[in-house]
Design a protein around this ligand. Structure first.
Ligand code: HEC
Length: 120
């Protein structure tokens, strides 16, 4: 009897997880840790900054990641370890809420900064 309940509830649980997973990705304000991000400003901006940072860092006051020039206020081109953008994400302190980028995506941010943090 116990076994039967387990068999019946597994698909229901899966359906529930899928339902919530799909629902949250549609809200467009969460980083997708599976998205393939390339080491360009446009890719990092559209996958990481717009989805995971601009909700809190989009206006005036404090750091803003809504444009290349504003983003560069937290970036030291050539040096990820001197860049608050990279340090805040790699330390895990940012984003303060929501999904965190994967370690592969964090590496891509480091690569972009190392290569000169171009507006590409
Ligand atoms: C839920 C809101 C929220 C989100 C989302 C968020 N931040 Fe923040 N962030 C804050 C707040 C509040 C502060 C100021 C307080 C603090 O330093 O902890 C802050 C501070 C910072 C700072 C300054 C840290 C310092 O040492 O001065 C940086 C850089 C930063 N965030 C980067 C990011 C990046 C990059 C993202 C996206 C990956 C992000 N944040 C997402 C709320 C957020």
């Amino acid at each position: 009897m116990k076994r039967r309940i387990l068999i019946l509830s597994a698909p229901a649980t899966l359906a529930l997880i899928l339902f919530y997973a799909c629902g949250s990705s549609q809200s467009a304000s969460t980083i997708d840790p599976n998205a393939v991000v390339t080491a360009t400003y446009s890719s990092i901006s559209s996958h990481i900054l717009q989805n995971g940072c601009v909700g809190c860092h989009g206006g005036s006051g404090g750091y803003s990641f809504d444009s290349y020039s504003n983003t560069m206020k937290a970036v030291a081109a050539g040096s990820p370890s001197s860049s608050l953008l990279y340090r805040s994400i790699s330390s895990g302190s940012m984003p303060q809420s929501g999904t965190h980028p994967s370690s592969a995506q964090i590496q891509v941010i480091s690569d972009w900064i190392t290569a000169g943090a171009q507006n590409n």
